[in-house]
Design a protein around this ligand. Structure first.
Ligand code: FE2
Length: 205
């Protein structure tokens, strides 16, 4: 359950864990958006200009050099890097990882995915936020970079359905198993900084 006075919460397909970032070290934030052309992944570097602490959200392993270089150039100290869903109430924004994509959602047929858990997580943890909150997904395949809670409540073709309908949709997608899945699953389950299995693999279908 999300506590509104906390600065953040992370979860991945039903695995919930909170990350506390002390308000004293996280006073203001600056967001840098990075993109991986191969896996259509957005990576976000959130840094505090005052205390220099930073978190890296949804990193791609093949872009590690780029991310380290930019972090160093900005004189930031990375305290956390992972694929997460992260809610920043002070900035009225949330980073939705693979859970909620723009007008779509992540697939649930691997990485210990479960459509019921995904539905409950997204409806209860993301789409229950105020409608003006900006949402930043880990992927987009149509050139769109952001959305809002209000937009997704109105236009998301899957998450506007009932839980029963959502589960039926997800179970009937008939998706092919991604290449590199056997390597990627153990890494991703550990929530490691890797998107190995997602190369050339769309997460919204
Ligand atoms: Fe992803």
């Amino acid at each position: 359950m999300m506590a509104r006075n906390r600065t953040s919460i992370i979860f991945r397909q039903g695995t919930h864990a909170a990350v506390n970032i002390d308000k004293n070290v996280w006073t203001t934030r600056r967001k840098t958006e990075l993109f991986d052309l191969e896996s259509f992944t957005y990576t976000y570097l959130l840094g505090c200009p005052k205390t220099r602490v930073a978190v890296l959200i949804d990193p791609v392993d093949t872009q590690a050099e780029r991310d380290i270089r930019i972090t160093k150039e900005m004189d930031l100290k990375l305290i956390y890097a992972s694929c997460v869903t992260y809610v920043d109430h002070a900035g009225r924004m949330a980073f939705t990882g693979d859970a909620l994509l723009i007008r779509a959602c992540g697939r649930t047929d691997f990485q210990e995915g479960n459509p019921e858990t995904l539905y409950e997580s997204v409806r209860n943890q993301i789409l229950s936020l105020p409608e003006d909150y900006m949402l930043y997904p880990a992927h987009d395949y149509h050139g769109v970079t952001t959305t809002t809670v209000g937009e997704e409540l109105k236009y998301n073709p899957r998450l506007t359905k009932s839980k029963k309908e959502f589960v039926e949709i997800m179970e009937q997608l008939g998706l092919t198993r991604p290449a590199k899945m056997d390597e990627a699953v153990p890494i991703n389950v550990m929530c490691g900084p890797s998107q190995l299995g997602e190369s050339h693999q769309r997460m919204d279908k």
